[in-house]
Design a binder for this molecule. Sequence first.
Ligand SMILES: NC(=O)c1ccc[n+]([C@@H]2O[C@H](COP(=O)([O-])OP(=O)(O)OC[C@H]3O[C@@H](n4cnc5c(N)ncnc54)[C@H](OP(=O)(O)O)[C@@H]3O)[C@@H](O)[C@H]2O)c1
Length: 315
Amino acid sequence: MVMMKAIVYNKKALPYRLVYSDVDQPIPNDDELLIQVQAVSLNAADYRSLKLGIIPQKKIFGADIVGIVESVGKNIHAYKPGDQLIGNLAEYGFGGLAEYALAPERLVTAKPVNCSVAEAATLPMAGQTALQALRNKGEIKPGDDVLIIGSGGGVGSYAVQLAKFFGARVTAVCSPKNVEQARWLGADDVVDYTTDNFLTDKRSYDLIVAINGNYSLLACKRILRPGGRYVMVGGALTQVFKAILFGRLLSFGTKKIRSLAEKTTVTDLEFIAQLANDKKIKPVVETCYPLEQAPEAMHYLAEGHCKGKIVITID
Ligand SMILES: NC(=O)c1ccc[n+]([C@@H]2O[C@H](COP(=O)([O-])OP(=O)(O)OC[C@H]3O[C@@H](n4cnc5c(N)ncnc54)[C@H](OP(=O)(O)O)[C@@H]3O)[C@@H](O)[C@H]2O)c1
Protein backbone atom coordinates (compact mmCIF):
# COMPACT_ATOMS: atom_id res chain seq x y z
CA MET A 1 0.00 0.00 0.00
CA VAL A 2 1.31 3.48 -0.87
CA MET A 3 1.24 5.88 2.08
CA MET A 4 0.62 9.63 2.18
CA LYS A 5 0.53 12.44 4.75
CA ALA A 6 -2.86 13.70 5.90
CA ILE A 7 -4.58 15.55 8.74
CA VAL A 8 -6.72 12.89 10.37
CA TYR A 9 -9.50 13.24 12.94
CA ASN A 10 -8.70 11.57 16.25
CA LYS A 11 -11.19 12.12 19.07
CA LYS A 12 -8.50 11.67 21.72
CA ALA A 13 -5.95 14.05 20.21
CA LEU A 14 -6.66 17.17 22.24
CA PRO A 15 -6.90 20.10 21.90
CA TYR A 16 -7.77 20.07 18.18
CA ARG A 17 -8.68 16.39 17.60
CA LEU A 18 -6.69 16.55 14.35
CA VAL A 19 -3.37 14.79 13.82
CA TYR A 20 -0.72 14.96 11.08
CA SER A 21 -0.43 11.27 10.19
CA ASP A 22 0.56 8.65 7.61
CA VAL A 23 -2.43 6.99 5.98
CA ASP A 24 -3.10 4.85 2.91
CA GLN A 25 -3.17 6.78 -0.35
CA PRO A 26 -6.68 6.44 -1.84
CA ILE A 27 -7.24 4.40 -5.01
CA PRO A 28 -9.67 5.83 -7.59
CA ASN A 29 -12.59 3.75 -8.84
CA ASP A 30 -13.77 3.93 -12.48
CA ASP A 31 -15.60 7.24 -11.92
CA GLU A 32 -12.96 9.03 -9.85
CA LEU A 33 -9.88 11.17 -10.35
CA LEU A 34 -6.90 10.82 -8.04
CA ILE A 35 -5.62 14.34 -7.42
CA GLN A 36 -2.26 15.28 -5.96
CA VAL A 37 -3.36 18.12 -3.71
CA GLN A 38 -1.33 21.33 -3.86
CA ALA A 39 -3.51 23.54 -1.65
CA VAL A 40 -6.77 23.45 0.30
CA SER A 41 -8.70 26.40 1.63
CA LEU A 42 -10.51 25.93 4.92
CA ASN A 43 -14.22 26.65 5.32
CA ALA A 44 -16.69 26.96 8.16
CA ALA A 45 -17.98 23.59 6.89
CA ASP A 46 -14.74 22.02 8.16
CA TYR A 47 -14.72 23.38 11.70
CA ARG A 48 -18.52 23.30 12.06
CA SER A 49 -18.61 19.59 11.15
CA LEU A 50 -15.69 18.92 13.50
CA LYS A 51 -17.43 20.74 16.37
CA LEU A 52 -20.71 18.93 15.73
CA GLY A 53 -18.96 15.55 15.54
CA ILE A 54 -19.96 15.07 11.89
CA ILE A 55 -16.79 13.32 10.78
CA PRO A 56 -16.02 12.40 7.16
CA GLN A 57 -15.91 8.66 6.51
CA LYS A 58 -12.13 8.71 5.97
CA LYS A 59 -11.73 11.14 8.90
CA ILE A 60 -10.06 13.73 6.68
CA PHE A 61 -11.57 17.23 6.40
CA GLY A 62 -10.84 19.76 3.64
CA ALA A 63 -13.22 20.49 0.76
CA ASP A 64 -11.77 23.18 -1.49
CA ILE A 65 -8.80 21.74 -3.32
CA VAL A 66 -6.37 22.68 -6.05
CA GLY A 67 -4.22 19.92 -7.44
CA ILE A 68 -2.80 17.96 -10.33
CA VAL A 69 -4.50 14.88 -11.71
CA GLU A 70 -2.36 11.85 -10.90
CA SER A 71 -4.56 9.17 -12.47
CA VAL A 72 -8.14 8.72 -13.67
CA GLY A 73 -10.74 5.93 -13.57
CA LYS A 74 -11.73 4.38 -16.88
CA ASN A 75 -15.02 6.33 -17.11
CA ILE A 76 -13.30 9.72 -16.84
CA HIS A 77 -12.91 11.36 -20.22
CA ALA A 78 -12.81 15.12 -19.56
CA TYR A 79 -9.49 15.10 -17.69
CA LYS A 80 -6.11 13.37 -17.89
CA PRO A 81 -3.02 13.03 -15.71
CA GLY A 82 -1.19 16.36 -15.46
CA ASP A 83 -4.31 18.56 -15.64
CA GLN A 84 -4.49 21.15 -12.88
CA LEU A 85 -7.96 21.41 -11.33
CA ILE A 86 -9.96 23.08 -8.58
CA GLY A 87 -12.88 21.41 -6.85
CA ASN A 88 -15.19 21.29 -3.86
CA LEU A 89 -15.29 17.89 -2.16
CA ALA A 90 -17.81 18.78 0.58
CA GLU A 91 -20.52 16.72 -1.16
CA TYR A 92 -18.07 13.87 -1.66
CA GLY A 93 -16.93 13.17 1.90
CA PHE A 94 -14.22 15.89 2.07
CA GLY A 95 -10.66 14.38 2.09
CA GLY A 96 -8.72 17.43 0.89
CA LEU A 97 -6.33 17.84 3.84
CA ALA A 98 -4.02 15.19 2.43
CA GLU A 99 -1.36 14.72 -0.21
CA TYR A 100 -3.88 12.91 -2.44
CA ALA A 101 -7.67 13.09 -2.70
CA LEU A 102 -10.40 11.51 -4.78
CA ALA A 103 -12.92 13.55 -6.76
CA PRO A 104 -15.72 12.85 -9.23
CA GLU A 105 -15.78 14.81 -12.50
CA ARG A 106 -18.94 16.72 -11.51
CA LEU A 107 -17.20 18.60 -8.66
CA VAL A 108 -14.07 19.87 -10.46
CA THR A 109 -13.03 22.26 -13.20
CA ALA A 110 -9.78 23.62 -14.63
CA LYS A 111 -7.72 25.87 -12.36
CA PRO A 112 -7.78 29.49 -13.60
CA VAL A 113 -4.30 30.02 -15.03
CA ASN A 114 -4.07 33.64 -13.87
CA CYS A 115 -4.51 32.70 -10.20
CA SER A 116 -1.79 31.35 -7.94
CA VAL A 117 -2.38 27.91 -6.42
CA ALA A 118 -3.31 29.49 -3.05
CA GLU A 119 -5.70 31.97 -4.69
CA ALA A 120 -7.39 29.25 -6.72
CA ALA A 121 -7.97 27.20 -3.57
CA THR A 122 -10.19 29.97 -2.17
CA LEU A 123 -12.66 29.87 -5.05
CA PRO A 124 -14.91 26.79 -4.97
CA MET A 125 -17.09 26.88 -1.85
CA ALA A 126 -16.85 30.54 -0.85
CA GLY A 127 -17.20 31.76 -4.44
CA GLN A 128 -20.16 29.53 -5.26
CA THR A 129 -21.89 30.33 -1.96
CA ALA A 130 -21.66 34.06 -2.64
CA LEU A 131 -22.81 33.56 -6.24
CA GLN A 132 -25.77 31.36 -5.38
CA ALA A 133 -26.83 33.65 -2.50
CA LEU A 134 -26.83 36.75 -4.69
CA ARG A 135 -28.05 35.33 -7.99
CA ASN A 136 -30.22 32.27 -7.23
CA LYS A 137 -31.82 33.18 -3.88
CA GLY A 138 -31.26 36.92 -3.97
CA GLU A 139 -32.33 37.51 -7.60
CA ILE A 140 -29.87 40.39 -7.73
CA LYS A 141 -30.44 43.04 -10.42
CA PRO A 142 -28.32 45.97 -11.63
CA GLY A 143 -29.03 49.00 -9.48
CA ASP A 144 -30.15 46.99 -6.43
CA ASP A 145 -29.10 48.31 -3.04
CA VAL A 146 -27.43 45.30 -1.41
CA LEU A 147 -26.41 44.88 2.23
CA ILE A 148 -23.72 42.25 2.85
CA ILE A 149 -23.65 41.39 6.57
CA GLY A 150 -20.29 39.75 7.31
CA SER A 151 -18.17 41.01 4.42
CA GLY A 152 -14.82 40.19 6.03
CA GLY A 153 -14.38 36.46 5.54
CA GLY A 154 -14.31 33.97 2.69
CA VAL A 155 -17.92 34.19 1.50
CA GLY A 156 -18.22 37.89 2.33
CA SER A 157 -15.15 38.97 0.37
CA TYR A 158 -16.58 37.27 -2.74
CA ALA A 159 -20.13 38.51 -2.07
CA VAL A 160 -19.02 42.15 -2.10
CA GLN A 161 -17.17 41.71 -5.39
CA LEU A 162 -19.87 39.64 -7.10
CA ALA A 163 -22.61 42.09 -6.08
CA LYS A 164 -20.56 44.86 -7.72
CA PHE A 165 -20.02 42.63 -10.76
CA PHE A 166 -23.82 42.27 -11.05
CA GLY A 167 -24.18 46.06 -11.02
CA ALA A 168 -25.48 46.55 -7.48
CA ARG A 169 -24.73 49.30 -4.96
CA VAL A 170 -23.07 47.57 -2.02
CA THR A 171 -23.05 48.31 1.70
CA ALA A 172 -20.67 46.00 3.57
CA VAL A 173 -20.95 45.25 7.30
CA CYS A 174 -17.76 44.19 9.11
CA SER A 175 -15.50 44.84 12.08
CA PRO A 176 -12.94 47.68 12.00
CA LYS A 177 -10.12 45.40 10.89
CA ASN A 178 -12.00 44.58 7.67
CA VAL A 179 -13.23 48.08 6.75
CA GLU A 180 -10.31 48.89 4.42
CA GLN A 181 -10.58 45.47 2.78
CA ALA A 182 -14.31 46.00 2.07
CA ARG A 183 -13.55 49.34 0.38
CA TRP A 184 -10.71 47.80 -1.61
CA LEU A 185 -13.06 45.06 -2.80
CA GLY A 186 -15.44 47.71 -4.13
CA ALA A 187 -18.05 48.33 -1.41
CA ASP A 188 -19.73 51.73 -1.85
CA ASP A 189 -20.42 52.08 1.88
CA VAL A 190 -18.98 50.23 4.84
CA VAL A 191 -20.65 49.87 8.24
CA ASP A 192 -18.41 49.06 11.20
CA TYR A 193 -20.76 46.97 13.33
CA THR A 194 -18.83 47.79 16.50
CA THR A 195 -19.78 51.47 16.27
CA ASP A 196 -22.79 51.74 13.91
CA ASN A 197 -26.13 49.96 13.76
CA PHE A 198 -27.33 49.26 10.21
CA LEU A 199 -30.70 48.10 11.59
CA THR A 200 -31.60 51.56 12.89
CA ASP A 201 -29.78 53.98 10.59
CA LYS A 202 -32.92 54.52 8.44
CA ARG A 203 -31.43 53.01 5.28
CA SER A 204 -33.28 50.28 3.38
CA TYR A 205 -32.21 47.61 0.89
CA ASP A 206 -33.47 45.52 -2.03
CA LEU A 207 -31.36 42.57 -0.97
CA ILE A 208 -29.73 41.54 2.32
CA VAL A 209 -27.20 38.71 2.29
CA ALA A 210 -26.66 37.54 5.87
CA ILE A 211 -23.31 35.76 5.87
CA ASN A 212 -23.21 36.46 9.55
CA GLY A 213 -26.91 36.09 10.32
CA ASN A 214 -26.73 36.79 14.03
CA TYR A 215 -29.16 39.69 13.76
CA SER A 216 -32.92 39.62 14.34
CA LEU A 217 -34.79 38.39 11.28
CA LEU A 218 -37.68 40.75 11.98
CA ALA A 219 -35.35 43.73 12.30
CA CYS A 220 -33.70 42.78 9.00
CA LYS A 221 -37.09 42.39 7.36
CA ARG A 222 -38.00 45.92 8.49
CA ILE A 223 -35.06 47.40 6.53
CA LEU A 224 -36.00 45.53 3.34
CA ARG A 225 -37.83 47.56 0.70
CA PRO A 226 -41.10 46.23 -0.74
CA GLY A 227 -40.18 43.30 -3.01
CA GLY A 228 -36.91 42.90 -1.07
CA ARG A 229 -35.13 39.60 -0.43
CA TYR A 230 -33.22 38.46 2.67
CA VAL A 231 -30.90 35.48 2.15
CA MET A 232 -29.64 33.62 5.22
CA VAL A 233 -26.21 32.16 4.46
CA GLY A 234 -24.55 31.56 7.83
CA GLY A 235 -23.88 32.61 11.39
CA ALA A 236 -24.96 30.99 14.64
CA LEU A 237 -26.76 27.71 14.02
CA THR A 238 -29.81 28.84 16.03
CA GLN A 239 -30.32 31.80 13.72
CA VAL A 240 -29.78 29.70 10.60
CA PHE A 241 -32.42 27.20 11.81
CA LYS A 242 -34.82 30.06 12.63
CA ALA A 243 -34.55 31.32 9.05
CA ILE A 244 -35.18 27.80 7.71
CA LEU A 245 -38.13 27.21 10.06
CA PHE A 246 -39.80 30.62 9.97
CA GLY A 247 -38.63 31.93 6.59
CA ARG A 248 -41.84 30.94 4.82
CA LEU A 249 -43.99 32.37 7.61
CA LEU A 250 -42.06 35.64 7.60
CA SER A 251 -42.32 35.85 3.81
CA PHE A 252 -45.95 36.91 3.79
CA GLY A 253 -46.34 40.12 1.77
CA THR A 254 -43.78 41.16 -0.81
CA LYS A 255 -40.62 40.74 1.29
CA LYS A 256 -39.01 37.31 1.12
CA ILE A 257 -36.87 35.51 3.74
CA ARG A 258 -34.87 32.67 2.18
CA SER A 259 -32.06 30.30 3.21
CA LEU A 260 -29.22 29.07 1.06
CA ALA A 261 -27.74 25.58 0.86
CA GLU A 262 -24.78 25.90 -1.48
CA LYS A 263 -24.44 23.13 -4.05
CA THR A 264 -21.51 22.66 -6.38
CA THR A 265 -22.26 22.68 -10.08
CA VAL A 266 -19.63 22.60 -12.78
CA THR A 267 -21.33 25.59 -14.44
CA ASP A 268 -21.05 27.74 -11.30
CA LEU A 269 -17.51 26.54 -10.60
CA GLU A 270 -16.52 27.49 -14.17
CA PHE A 271 -18.28 30.85 -13.85
CA ILE A 272 -16.37 31.73 -10.68
CA ALA A 273 -13.07 30.43 -12.10
CA GLN A 274 -13.54 32.50 -15.26
CA LEU A 275 -14.24 35.70 -13.28
CA ALA A 276 -11.10 35.10 -11.22
CA ASN A 277 -9.08 34.35 -14.34
CA ASP A 278 -10.30 37.61 -15.91
CA LYS A 279 -9.40 39.47 -12.67
CA LYS A 280 -13.04 40.52 -12.24
CA ILE A 281 -12.95 39.06 -8.73
CA LYS A 282 -9.85 38.94 -6.55
CA PRO A 283 -9.23 36.09 -4.12
CA VAL A 284 -8.21 37.34 -0.66
CA VAL A 285 -5.76 35.07 1.13
CA GLU A 286 -5.04 36.04 4.72
CA THR A 287 -2.44 33.36 5.52
CA CYS A 288 -1.02 30.15 4.06
CA TYR A 289 -0.09 27.36 6.47
CA PRO A 290 1.79 24.10 5.75
CA LEU A 291 -0.27 20.89 6.03
CA GLU A 292 1.12 19.98 9.46
CA GLN A 293 -0.22 23.27 10.86
CA ALA A 294 -3.76 22.72 9.55
CA PRO A 295 -5.14 22.03 13.08
CA GLU A 296 -3.95 25.46 14.31
CA ALA A 297 -5.24 27.07 11.10
CA MET A 298 -8.66 25.49 11.59
CA HIS A 299 -8.71 26.71 15.20
CA TYR A 300 -7.92 30.26 14.05
CA LEU A 301 -10.67 30.18 11.40
CA ALA A 302 -13.19 28.91 13.94
CA GLU A 303 -12.67 32.10 15.99
CA GLY A 304 -14.75 33.71 13.22
CA HIS A 305 -12.82 36.83 12.29
CA CYS A 306 -10.49 35.99 9.44
CA LYS A 307 -9.76 38.34 6.54
CA GLY A 308 -10.69 36.52 3.36
CA LYS A 309 -9.50 32.91 3.32
CA ILE A 310 -7.07 30.64 5.14
CA VAL A 311 -5.15 28.29 2.85
CA ILE A 312 -3.18 25.12 3.57
CA THR A 313 -0.39 24.47 1.08
CA ILE A 314 1.09 21.02 0.49
CA ASP A 315 4.62 20.49 -0.87
N1 LIG B 1 -25.56 28.29 3.42
C1 LIG B 1 -24.52 27.73 2.85
O1 LIG B 1 -24.64 26.92 1.92
C2 LIG B 1 -23.15 28.09 3.33
C3 LIG B 1 -21.99 27.84 2.56
C4 LIG B 1 -20.76 28.25 3.03
C5 LIG B 1 -20.68 28.93 4.25
N2 LIG B 1 -21.79 29.12 4.99
C6 LIG B 1 -21.76 29.83 6.28
O2 LIG B 1 -21.41 31.18 6.03
C7 LIG B 1 -20.75 31.71 7.16
C8 LIG B 1 -19.50 32.44 6.71
O3 LIG B 1 -18.64 31.53 6.07
P1 LIG B 1 -17.18 32.04 5.71
O4 LIG B 1 -16.48 30.89 5.07
O5 LIG B 1 -17.20 33.34 5.00
O6 LIG B 1 -16.60 32.26 7.18
P2 LIG B 1 -15.37 33.12 7.63
O7 LIG B 1 -14.38 33.19 6.51
O8 LIG B 1 -14.93 32.60 8.94
O9 LIG B 1 -15.96 34.59 7.82
C9 LIG B 1 -16.89 34.89 8.80
C10 LIG B 1 -16.93 36.40 8.90
O10 LIG B 1 -18.03 36.78 9.74
C11 LIG B 1 -17.72 38.07 10.20
N3 LIG B 1 -18.44 38.36 11.44
C12 LIG B 1 -18.24 37.81 12.67
N4 LIG B 1 -19.12 38.37 13.55
C13 LIG B 1 -19.84 39.29 12.85
C14 LIG B 1 -20.90 40.16 13.19
N5 LIG B 1 -21.39 40.25 14.43
N6 LIG B 1 -21.43 40.94 12.21
C15 LIG B 1 -20.98 40.89 10.95
N7 LIG B 1 -19.97 40.07 10.57
C16 LIG B 1 -19.42 39.28 11.51
C17 LIG B 1 -16.22 38.10 10.40
O11 LIG B 1 -15.73 39.33 9.97
P3 LIG B 1 -15.33 40.48 11.01
O12 LIG B 1 -14.01 40.08 11.59
O13 LIG B 1 -15.29 41.70 10.16
O14 LIG B 1 -16.37 40.49 12.07
C18 LIG B 1 -15.69 36.98 9.52
O15 LIG B 1 -14.79 37.47 8.59
C19 LIG B 1 -20.50 30.53 8.11
O16 LIG B 1 -21.45 30.57 9.14
C20 LIG B 1 -20.73 29.31 7.23
O17 LIG B 1 -21.18 28.21 7.98
C21 LIG B 1 -23.01 28.73 4.55
